[in-house]
Design a protein around this ligand. Structure first.
Ligand SMILES: [Zn+2]
Length: 236
């Protein structure tokens, strides 16, 4: 059994309204996989800022036109633009019951702003799932990760290989190994992540919203732990 620890009294503030589910955890902790599964099980949209950028750029919105040149130059998109996209996305009807966010917020400022957005859109509560994994396992997971080119389906050559090597089970598209999943840059990514995330972990812990999940188990076991937390919260 995975160790599931509710670090705070998050359940006390539940109101049976929409719920923001936020996944925190280093690259390779399985956020994408777990977010997909939570989204399917609870019929919530799975939000990522990457998808929002692509959508706004494709539709040629004001925010998209501002973000595009920055992204093309590899520059950081300012918070005002990111938050504009996040608020725009959360105002859509499919987010009324809540959403699953993976990869956001990344800073305390963004967390504060997201809290404001959730309040404005009457989302009753927030559950932050902190996926905890040891560094050795992360390196193995990241070097084994393959992502489907067409739809972003995630595989792992060690833990969750596709049926046919190099191709997605679901759509037959080519599986790619991202350059930043190579062993050389992983150590750097992990320590950068730690520096950035520890303050957020403290932030949500202080608010009683953080649940730590032992994410070193198999993906199915991790999902079970998460479902236990979400069902226990009676958020949906
Ligand atoms: Zn696919």
């Amino acid at each position: 059994m995975a160790d599931v620890t509710a670090d705070g009294g998050g359940a006390d503030v539940l109101r049976g309204q929409g719920c923001a589910v936020i996944l925190l955890g280093p690259p390779g902790a399985g956020k994408g996989t777990q977010a997909q599964r939570i989204a399917q099980r609870y019929l919530l949209p799975h939000l990522s800022t990457g998808d929002m950028f692509r959508d706004h750029i494709q539709r040629g919105t004001d925010l998209g036109r501002k973000a595009k040149p920055l992204m093309e130059r590899g520059e950081l998109v300012p918070d005002a633009i990111v938050l504009g996209m996040v608020e725009d996305r959360i105002s859509q009807p499919d987010c009324e019951r809540g959403f699953v966010f993976d990869g956001f917020p990344r800073t305390i400022q963004q967390a504060d702003d997201l809290e404001g957005i959730c309040k404005r859109h009457k989302l009753g509560f927030t559950i932050v799932l902190y996926l905890v994994v040891n560094p050795e396992l992360l390196v193995r997971r990241l070097t084994g990760r393959r992502i489907c080119k067409a739809s972003g389906h995630i595989y792992n050559v060690y833990e969750r290989p596709p049926k046919r090597e190099g191709f997605c089970d679901l759509d037959g598209s080519e599986l790619i190994h991202r350059a930043d999943d190579s062993e050389a840059v992983i150590g750097e990514r992990l320590s950068a992540y730690d520096r950035q995330t520890q303050p957020l972990v403290e932030y949500y812990k202080l608010r009683g919203l953080l649940s730590s999940v032992d994410a070193m188990a198999e993906a199915d076991t991790v999902t079970k732990s998460i479902v236990g937390i979400l069902d226990g919260a009676k958020a949906f």
